[in-house]
Design a protein around this ligand. Structure first.
Ligand SMILES: [Zn+2]
Length: 555
């Protein structure tokens, strides 16, 4: 996951300067006004990134000595100055790429780089949010839709990290992980149903006044132009018209590979957890972070040398999703590249195969953004979220490969079990993506019905229309359409991985030349080039689902 609503961090000493590797693509501008403005813009990014990761690390300056308020003031002053300089530049006199850089920076100033207000004690209190609210009434407030979204997400965040099972308070991911390891079906049912307050935080009792349904209806009412999820997918080179049939082809392929009988949802998680049951015991909490670093080192990406920071301990008030962001961006200064500082935020109480897979995914984001080599205007996530999510899974997908398991865990499961583990999460994401697509198309539909139909027809999960069990992904509330990025991203990365094996060779059991080969081809661009172009040049043609369907069908 990338780009949560709030991001935070910690202060660093002198930034590391590394030698420039390969040919930097600097495109230094010949427009003097633009060059000066862009340099200030990079300074502004530095301050902002730093504030974001400081806050995300739990240092708000309210109960500690972090001078966040002073940084925020500096940020806002600098922002005004950058805005004034950018406003003075006449784009008519710029070369094409400079003109694009100018418009990217102007857009960022009113988006990601909007003015900040210092955190207040109220905003950062770790007390439970007030979740006894009427969704419809919140729409009457100024910025009603944003307020409702923020409230629903806060309530979801609280609920998903305070799931009560008997005498224990657990978080959602721990519950789902435990389902995969619990042999007793009655206990599995109890654990699954313990998630009910999480579902309720999003969808109440599934009446039309539920937060999710009110959000959906209002978003639909205010929506102009194509759905945001389809814009993102198009930017990766997947045609919106092909998307739905391709996603359905993935689900069909999945259905053909499994038994036809219906299974309870709590038992589905158990069945999909077979690989994890066999192998998780080999990954302690301590081994989790070590193994993550070792695997990337074997591919030529040393997480320490790349300046990647990990904030993965449990903490009250921490954002409920795992994500990666910039603590600083790679920047060409004084004749050399200053290293970036990717930050990873997640919460791990235990080790296990599933947490390892997530950590490898987040580290996949981090090694990607550590390799960006472009001018400040373009030093950002690419213009396609599916592409970004796909790249994060480049290495993470290996955990289900028997040869990888043998190499790193000293034991392995059969290919069929490995593939089931690889694709169970993906087909679930595909189901969520189709769910959102259908709900966005028809916000008056009953979400429980839409979900149970999809999961019955394709995943062969017994319908429970009385349960809103789809309502346990924060993205559904916080970033509508985001699930599509995972679904389209799965298709993309299967194609990219197959192409890498074809052009460069196998990397499953390690390849120290992998990072050095991939980075200049796929990682370095940021927003310098459209993702679609980067992808199609790498693949030698347009994206198709051929690679993922072939991989799903391996025997
Ligand atoms: Zn991600």
């Amino acid at each position: 996951m990338i780009r949560p609503s709030t991001r935070l961090t910690r202060l660093l000493g002198a930034p590391l300067v590394i030698a420039c590797a390969g040919r930097p693509s600097l495109h230094t501008t010949s427009a003097p006004g633009l060059a000066a403005a862009e340099s200030l813009y990079a300074d502004l990014r530095d301050i902002r990134d730093h504030i974001d990761v400081t806050l995300a690390s739990g240092h708000t300056g309210i109960n500690d000595a972090t001078p966040v308020a002073a940084w925020v003031e500096n940020h806002n002053t600098l922002r005004r100055s950058v805005a004034a300089r950018l406003a003075e530049i006449d784009s008519a006199y710029l070369e094409v790429e400079d003109g694009r850089a100018l418009s990217v920076m102007r857009r960022a100033l009113v988006g990601d780089l909007d003015s900040l207000v210092p955190p207040t004690a109220v905003a950062v209190a770790s007390a439970p949010p007030n979740c006894a609210y009427e969704a419809q009434e919140m729409l009457g407030l100024p910025k009603g839709l944003d307020s409702l979204r923020a409230r629903a997400y806060a309530c979801y965040g609280w609920a998903q990290s305070h799931v009560v099972v008997g005498a224990d308070t657990l978080d959602r991911l721990t519950i789902l992980g435990t389902l995969g390891r619990t042999a007793d079906p009655a206990r599995r049912r109890q654990l699954f149903l313990a998630l009910e307050p999480v579902w309720r935080s999003v969808n109440g009792d599934n009446r039309a006044i539920s937060p999710y349904r009110v959000l959906g209806a209002e978003t639909h009412r205010q929506q102009k132009g194509p759905l945001p999820s389809l814009v993102q997918v198009s930017a990766s080179g997947v045609s919106p018209d092909s998307l739905e049939p391709w996603l359905l082809a993935m689900l069909e392929t999945w259905r053909k590979a499994g038994p036809d009988s219906l299974i309870e949802p709590w038992n589905w998680y158990y069945r999909m957890g077979e690989a994890s049951r066999v192998l998780s015991g080999r990954i302690s909490r301590e081994r989790l972070t070590q193994l993550n670093a070792t695997v990337y080192r074997s591919l030529g990406a040393d997480v320490e040398k790349l300046g990647i920071h990990y904030d993965v301990e449990p903490r009250e008030g921490k954002t409920p999703v795992a994500y990666t962001t910039f603590g600083a961006r790679p920047r060409f200064m004084n004749g050399a590249w200053r290293q970036g500082e990717p930050w990873i935020f997640a919460t791990y109480r235990t080790g296990g195969l599933d947490n390892l897979s997530e950590l490898l995914h987040e580290t996949g984001h981090a090694v990607h953004i550590a390799a960006i080599r472009t001018r400040p205007a373009f030093a950002d996530w690419p213009d396609s979220d599916p592409f970004t999510e796909a790249l994060a899974d480049f290495v993470a997908l290996e955990v289900t490969e028997p040869a990888w398991q043998h190499q790193w865990l000293g034991d392995s499961v059969p290919l069929s079990q490995g593939l089931r583990a690889r694709y169970s999460g993906i087909v679930m994401d595909v189901a969520w993506a189709l769910f959102e697509m259908r709900m966005q198309r028809d916000p008056a539909a009953d979400p429980n019905q839409v979900w149970t139909t999809l999961t019955r027809d394709y995943l062969r999960i017994r319908p429970h229309p009385e349960l809103s069990w789809w309502a346990m992904r924060g993205q559904l509330v916080h970033a509508p359409g985001y699930m599509m990025n995972y679904a389209a991203g799965a298709m993309l990365i299967a194609a990219i991985r197959a192409r890498t094996r074809e052009l460069h060779g196998q990397f499953t059991t390690g390849d120290r030349t992998w990072y050095g080969w991939i980075a200049p081809r796929l990682f370095r661009y940021g927003q310098e080039r459209p993702s679609r172009q980067v992808i199609e040049e790498f693949l030698g043609g347009p994206v198709t689902p051929a690679a993922i369907l072939a991989d799903m069908g391996r025997r």
